[in-house]
Design a protein around this ligand. Sequence first.
Ligand code: AMP
Ligand code: ZN
Length: 472
Amino acid sequence: MAGTDFRLYNTLTRKLESFSPADGETVRIYACGPTVYRPAHLGNFRTFLFEDLLRRVIALRGWKIFQVMNLTDVDDKIIKSASERGISIGEVTAPITKIFHDDRRFLRIQDAELYPKATDHIPEMIAIVKRLVERKLAYLADDGSVYFAIDKFKDYGKLSRLDTREVRAGARVLQDDYSKENAQDFALWKSAKPEDEATGAAWGSPWGRGRPGWHLECSAMAMRYLGETLDIHCGGIDLIFPHHEDEIAQSEGATGKPFSRFWCHGEFLLTEGSKMAKRLGNVATVQDLRDQNIPAAAFRHFVFSTHYRKQLNMSGEALEASMEGVRRIADFAERLAEAKAATPELEKIAAEADAEVTAALFDDLNAPIALGALFTFVRKANAELDRNGVDKRALAKARAVFARINSVLDVVPEAAGPDPELAQWVDERLAARKTARAERDFAKADAIRAEIEARGVAIEDTPHGTKWKTAR
Ligand code: AMP
Ligand code: ZN
C-alpha cells in the first residue's frame, strides 16, 4: 500500500531498511533502560525520547507494540554507592527508580509495557551462562568468574564492525564498560566480593556465589519477554560497543538464532560541545527543567527539532526558541478549539499537513521535518481562521489532523489546556448547575458557581452554553 512504507536505519546493516513486525501485528521492542544509581540526566532522556517517538510513530502506523525497558539495579556503581553508605543496593535503587518514573512522566514519555529489574531475573541469566558453558563459548577462569570467549563466536564484532579494533582473544576484562580500542573476553558472571555480599548483590550459582555482568541482564530479560528474536533493540549510540555487541554474542551464542532484526541507536545530547555525562559533571536533569519552568512540551520540541541520528547541542537559546515555538502551537490549539467553523480551504491544508508529517515520520522518524510541516500548517490555518468561514467539516478535519500530529509529537504545553481531572470535575459541576437552574433553585446554582470559582476557574454564560477557563 502506498504511503505506509516504514523505514528505519538499522545499525546492523548500516542501511535504511523497510520495517514491519515479524508477526505482521505487534512490534516487539527492547530498549536499554537507566542504571538507577543517580537520577537520569537529560542526555539519557534524549535517548528515551527517541524511543518514545519510535513508539508513537509505530502506533500511528497502526501496529501494536510490546516494549520492554529494563532497569539496571545491580552494577559496579550501584554497589560502590551502597557500600560507601552502608546500605543495600535495593535501598540505593528504589528512590532513584521512583524519580526515573516521575521524570519520564513529566516528559510525557509513554509507559513501556514492562519495566523489569535485573535483580528479579538472576535465574534466567544463570540459564544463559549454563548454555554458553555447555556450548564451550564460556569458561570458568581462575578468578572464579565466568567469561565469554569472543574468539569462539565467529560473528563477534558484526554490529560494531570491530575490524578496525584490536581483538585480544583470551585477555579478560571484569568491568562492564571497557576500552573501545580492544575487545576482550567479558565477564558473564562475576565471583562475589565482600562488598557484593554486604550490599545484597550476590547470588548462588553453579560457579559459586556471584553476580551477573551488565550485558547479560539485557539478553536475559529481552528473551524472557520478547522471544529469542526481537523486532527492534534500541539504545544510545554509546551502547553499540561493547554492550550491544556482547548482548548479541551471548544471545546468539546461546540460541543460534538472530537476536534482533533491527538495531536502532540515538545520538548524543551535548552541552557546550561535549557529551552530557555524569562523570563529566556537565549534566542537567528534569528537575532543572522544572526549576526553570521549562515545560515538557518545549523540551520535546527541542529534542525533536534535530533528527535522532544527529548530535544535538543544548543551550539556553535553543531552549528559549523551543519555548517560543510551543507557545505558538498552544495559541493555535486554543484557537482551533474555540473556532466554530472555517473556510473550505482549511480542509485541503490539513490534508497536506497530514500527508507531509506522516511521510516524514515513517521515513526513519524524521521529526524535524514533521515539526516544520506542523508550523507551516499552523501558519496557513491561522490565515484561514482569520477569514471567518462557515465550513464545519473543514474545521473538524483540521482538528483531527492537529490531534493526530500531536499524538506523536505531544508538543502542546500544559497551560493551553487544563488538566483533564479538573476539566472533568468542572464539566460535572456545570451540569449540576444547569440542572439547578432548570429547577429554578438559584441559590444552589450560585453555590455551585462559587465552588467552581474557588478552584481558580472563571465561568461565563453565553448563548452557546457556559464557557469556562482557568484563571491563570
Ligand atoms: P545509562 O543509565 O548510563 O545506562 O544510560 C541510559 C541510556 O542513556 C543509554 O541508552 C545511553 O546510551 C544513553 N545516554 C547516555 N548519555 C547520553 C547522552 N549524552 N546523550 C544521549 N543519550 C545518552
Ligand atoms: Zn542493555
